[in-house]
Ligand binder design. Structure first.
Ligand SMILES: *Cc1c(COP(=O)(O)O)cnc(C)c1O
Length: 492
């Protein structure tokens, strides 16, 4: 048999580094300049422009490029067909779902982190110390002990998932890692009916089944009815289920409602259950001394998960899960194969702490954007913008109901306003269709991006204020546009 493997020779010194560093540096500077200029001028364009046919065709029909066209030509294609067509979330008039804007400094931090290409399983390197320090800062801000464990994750879904995995392992009452769920009693997890969809994904992924996620009804303010929670736990125990964890939501995605975290903490203490808080955006209220009372009780949780790419204004992706007890946290994940043994010296000294705190091994250097933005802006400046968003939401809530037929669909608990137009002459079903049409025209006209949802079964429009670029003028434009479009749709 002959082998076709290439033999080493003078001709195999291949690399993907630039052949011409000077030309590459010029192009790289242009990439930075173009990106920053695009961000600086976002407000001059519509938040969202549907992609032209040529762009759709170019992107969908592209053949696998076996031969390169060079970096300048590839970049030109990006600048023409990709860069301009986003969903608009960086724009000053974007209030859809709960998304983030990102910051120019955060963009540069991600570029610097990519340049370092640090491997953040751990290892003895400065980025590890930055990551540990950022976790300590975040713990302090959330009212957790300074020495809490934690890990940065890609998003709230993943951060919550890690928190719930720790909870389940800690409270299963048997060796879950070894035995799995075979033959075990059904483990139950409690959350309000307004809990974000990550929780169902998590229990399904954990092999627990969605029936293990016990949804507790909410009161009219959309907060968990904690008296019913207690009754459900007792009833479940009586039928042989094993309650493990209560998820309190600090800021529901639909309306920003805050569960009564102190009441949940009392119940968890009494019932010996794990308390996890999903504070995807709402937990960030803790950065502001004025808003911190809204999340009272969060500091009593065993774990809390939150995004920094929503209300922390940083570019995707970054979230954090904090776990008070490091031993319990690592017990759910830690595993040391022979090729990753801590030798006490050398580059592997200190082991791989982040690999021991979640399912991932290779991780990028997420902490740098937090570290740089905290240092550059200061936490107070970030908290001021968070407070500004809350003030904007409250004022928008006051103003929107002054429009003809407009009503609030939920209390403005934090930074989300849910409202609808409900003309007396229409049925509830007609209201749903009417509001949906208004919302789509708001988006398609280039006025603003807001999103829809359902509250108590009825279609509502949502304005989520997690945008550091919106000025009050932008809200005035939305109010005026809503009045005009609502009128136009009604006229037909
Ligand atoms: C956004 C959100 C999540 C999910 O976070 P991702 O970063 O989108 O994965 C979970 N819970 C709540 C309350 C959220 O608002």
């Amino acid at each position: 048999m002959t082998t076709t493997a290439p033999q080493p020779s003078a001709n195999t010194n291949l690399t993907l580094d630039p052949a011409d560093w000077v030309a590459f540096r010029t192009l790289a500077h242009r990439m930075v300049d173009d990106s920053l200029e695009h961000i600086r001028t976002l407000g001059d364009r519509a938040p969202w422009t549907p992609m032209p046919d040529a762009t759709r065709a170019t992107l969908t029909s592209a053949a696998l490029p076996l031969d390169g066209q060079g970096d300048a030509a590839a970049y030109a294609e990006f600048a023409e067909h990709v860069l301009p067509y986003t969903n608009g979330n960086r724009h000053p008039r974007f209030w859809g779902w709960v998304q983030g804007n990102g910051t120019p400094l955060g963009m540069m931090a991600d570029m610097l982190a990519a340049g370092m290409n640090a491997h953040l399983a751990g290892l003895d390197q400065a980025p590890k110390l930055v990551e540990l320090k950022v976790i300590e800062w975040l713990a302090t801000l959330m009212g957790f002990p300074k020495d809490s464990s934690g890990v940065l994750m890609s998003g709230g879904t993943m951060a919550n998932l890690v928190g719930l995995a720790v909870a389940r392992h800690a409270k299963a009452g048997f060796d879950l890692r070894k035995e799995g769920l075979y033959g075990a009693p059904r483990l139950a997890v409690y959350a309000s009916s307004e809990v974000h969809s990550w929780a169902q994904k998590a229990v399904e992924l954990f092999g627990m089944g969605s029936a293990s996620l016990r949804k507790v009804p909410v009161a009219s303010d959309l907060r968990m009815d904690t008296a019913t929670l207690s009754a459900m736990i007792a009833a479940d125990r009586a039928t042989g289920l094993r309650p493990t964890c209560v998820i309190g939501t600090a800021g529901t995605v639909n309306s920003g409602a805050m569960d009564d975290l102190n009441a949940i903490a009392d119940i968890c203490t009494r019932e010996s259950l794990w308390m996890h808080v999903d504070g995807a955006f709402g937990a960030l209220a803790a950065l502001s001394p004025a808003l911190k009372p809204l999340v009272a009780g969060m500091e009593r949780a065993d774990s809390v998960a939150f995004d920094l790419h929503k209300w922390g204004y940083l570019p995707y992706e970054i979230a954090c899960v904090l776990v008070k007890d490091r031993v319990v946290h690592e017990a759910a994940f830690s595993l040391t194969p022979s090729y990753l043994t801590d030798e006490g010296r050398g580059v592997i000294a200190g082991g791989l702490p982040f690999a021991d705190r979640g399912p991932e091994l290779t991780r990028n250097f997420k902490a740098l954007k937090v570290w740089l933005s905290f240092k550059a802006h200061g936490v107070r400046a970030i908290a001021d913008v968070i407070e500004q968003n809350v003030a904007q939401a409250r004022e928008f809530g006051v103003r929107v109901v002054q429009l003809p037929d407009a009503v609030l669909s939920a209390p403005v608990s934090l930074n989300i306003v849910c409202f609808r137009f409900a003309p007396a002459a229409m049925s509830p079903e007609e209201h749903d269709a009417y509001n949906k049409e208004i919302l789509l025209r708001v988006q398609e006209s280039g006025l603003a991006i807001i999103s829809g949802s359902r509250i108590a079964g009825r279609y509502v429009m949502r304005v989520a204020c997690s945008n550091h670029r919106s000025r009050w003028d932008d809200y005035e434009s939305l109010l005026a546009g809503l009045a005009r479009i609502a009128h136009e749709v009604r006229r037909g």
